[in-house]
Design a binder for this molecule. Sequence first.
Ligand code: AG3
Length: 289
Amino acid sequence: MTCRPKSKEKKTQIREYHTPDCGLFFQAERVIFRRKSRFQKIEIIHNDTYGKMLFLDNLVQTTENDEFFYHEMLVHPSMMVHENPERVLIIGGGDGGALRECLRYPIRQGIMVEIDSEVIQAAQEHFPWLKKIREDDRAEIIVGDGREYVEKKDAEFDVILVDSSDPVGPSQVLHQIQFYENLKKRLRSGGIAAAQVGSPLYHKEAVRRTVSELGTIFSRMRLYTAPVPTYPGGVWCYVFLSDDREPEKLRREPPAGLKYYNPETHRAAFSLPNFMRELLPGKGSQILP
Ligand code: AG3
């Protein structure tokens, strides 16, 4: 089926290049917010297909209509496997989607450390969930550098989630081995961490390097995957990191109201296609028992 463009009228488009010769474009019915912060260009547009969309330096981060794929799969695999997640830390994730998913559980505290206060402000104004999070006493939002936070603070967490941007560019420090060494020190025993690690197609070498390094820090490093329609290549990679937990044992019923995550999508996420097995150290299979 071919689709005709909506109108001949010239509207603003944001184009995200995935390689020098391909990418995705999104037509802005309205530009809702555009500003350069100390760290990056922040834009929120309204697109009739995806709703409100947040871009940082021209890279799609969150859209109202497909954010659930990404956030549910970043958060729930770890939260469902941990025995009793009470304290959760999120590094990055200024739009609040990851924190919102954590607050579906009866946790005691969820802390989000985001470096760019202007991302938080813009998201709070334009994405409905961040306002609600602000009213939840269990949630704490800190404006600060996540890398320094895991290095300097001595707090400990049951689950730590890294919701950074791509493994290339300004977020690169959040994909480096030193960051994960410090992050591990912030995990309580039995703790689990998860992180997004990029596209298996377009960030292949970065994913390969990250998983190989993480395999030296955590005894259990599992690569998993989920579709995210607006991200480059439509398929995204995450890692599940722990010293003693395998991702196969789910400890509770999933919270109500999820749109993507369930025990079957959980299992399926860890079953890797061949080209992704190739990215693993030892190139092994990691099919769950
Ligand atoms: N963090 C991962 C964004 C990766 C998108 N990459 C891209 N469009 N090239 C998303 C933050 C949402 N909480």
